[in-house]
Design a protein around this ligand. Structure first.
Ligand code: NAP
Length: 288
């Protein structure tokens, strides 16, 4: 202890891997960590989008590099971690297991292929990347892993049973790793967002599966004390905090970033609900 204020609230001199950094929450995570001084490596499957993001970050003066990688593929994960190891000289401070996706179906309608795809993308990738990164995190002597879970990991939603089960497994894995690796100076935490305005939310939660998506958004907002959907930066702020030296006594925790939704209140008279329908319309047409 006894560190200066500046060193407790800065990531200068640290290195990070953020999976799925070209959109949504991952994009915000990259900018948050790099903005606090970390050197960040990220990945996605779409080369053109990755290239555009890397140019954007360079123009902002952020130190970010990237690889094309499908994290659901074991060989590509190994290659990603080899790249990270050589780029950061065998040491890594931060891993953000951000990639995740959903296929909206009723539970009996999933095919074996759907389940394999969801489980390898949402759970196995995060597990295996953590294991592959373990020697690098240990070598840094100050490691932090953050898993991006979901409120659906603990609160069932009928359009996401496999996704919810994958994220629940992720929550439990994080607790095990927090125990196993505390002696290596690696902290492990989980952040569980509610509905955040990202391409994933628009694609899977609303567009593809729900005909009445306006009603769904209204329901989500009406159950949220803060009275609105979340922004990616509201998740990345918590993720960054967990990676800072200031969070040195926080490990094994599941932290909701949900506007208060998981408090499960039954009635709160927030004013914004009156305007929800107009907000919903704007969000659905991509203006909010
Ligand atoms: N948005 C929400 O409401 C919400 C709520 C709770 C939890 N979450 C969780 O937050 C995390 C991020 O979600 P998001 O909403 O930001 O998602 P998103 O908008 O779909 O962005 C996902 C990012 O990951 C990349 N990606 C997807 N699959 C990949 C793969 N197999 N290998 C490598 N990169 C991949 C995407 O780029 P490419 O497609 O080009 O690969 C993109 O950069 C997920 O774990 C999700 O479950 C989201």
């Amino acid at each position: 202890m006894g560190r200066s204020y500046d060193s407790r609230w800065s990531l200068h001199g640290m290195t990070a891997l953020v999976t799925g950094g070209t959109k949504g929450i991952g994009h915000a995570n990259v900018e948050e960590l790099a903005g606090l001084g970390a050197k960040v490596h990220t990945c996605s499957r779409t080369e053109s989008e990755l290239d555009d993001c890397l140019l954007e970050w360079k123009a902002k003066g952020l130190h970010v590099t990237g690889s094309v990688c499908d994290v659901s593929d074991r060989a590509q994960r190994e290659s990603l971690l080899n790249t990270v190891s050589s780029e950061f000289n065998g040491k890594l401070n931060i891993v953000i297991n951000n990639v995740g996706t959903n296929i909206g179906k009723m539970v009996s309608d999933y095919t074996a292929k759907d389940v394999a795809f969801l489980t390898s993308t949402n759970f196995e990738s995060a597990y295996n990347i953590s294991v592959l990164a373990h020697p690098l995190l240990k070598a840094s002597a100050a490691g932090s892993i953050v898993f991006i879970s979901s409120i659906i990991s603990t609160k069932p939603a009928y359009f996401a049973p496999i996704y919810g089960a994958n994220k629940g497994a992720m929550n439990q894995l994080a607790k095990h790793l927090a125990y196993d690796w505390a002696g290596d100076n690696i902290r492990v935490n989980t952040v569980a967002p509610a509905v955040i305005k990202t391409p994933l939310a628009q694609r899977y939660f609303f567009w593809q599966f729900f005909e009445g998506h306006e009603e769904l958004i209204e329901t989500a907002v009406s159950r949220t004390p803060i009275g609105r959907l979340g922004e990616p930066e509201e998740v990345s702020a918590m993720v960054a905090f967990l990676c800072l030296p200031a969070a040195s006594y926080v490990t094994g925790q599941l932290i909701y970033v949900d506007g208060g939704m998981t408090t499960n209140g039954i009635y709160f008279p927030h004013k914004k609900i009156k305007n929800t329908m107009s907000c919903v319309s704007l969000y659905v047409v991509g203006k909010l």
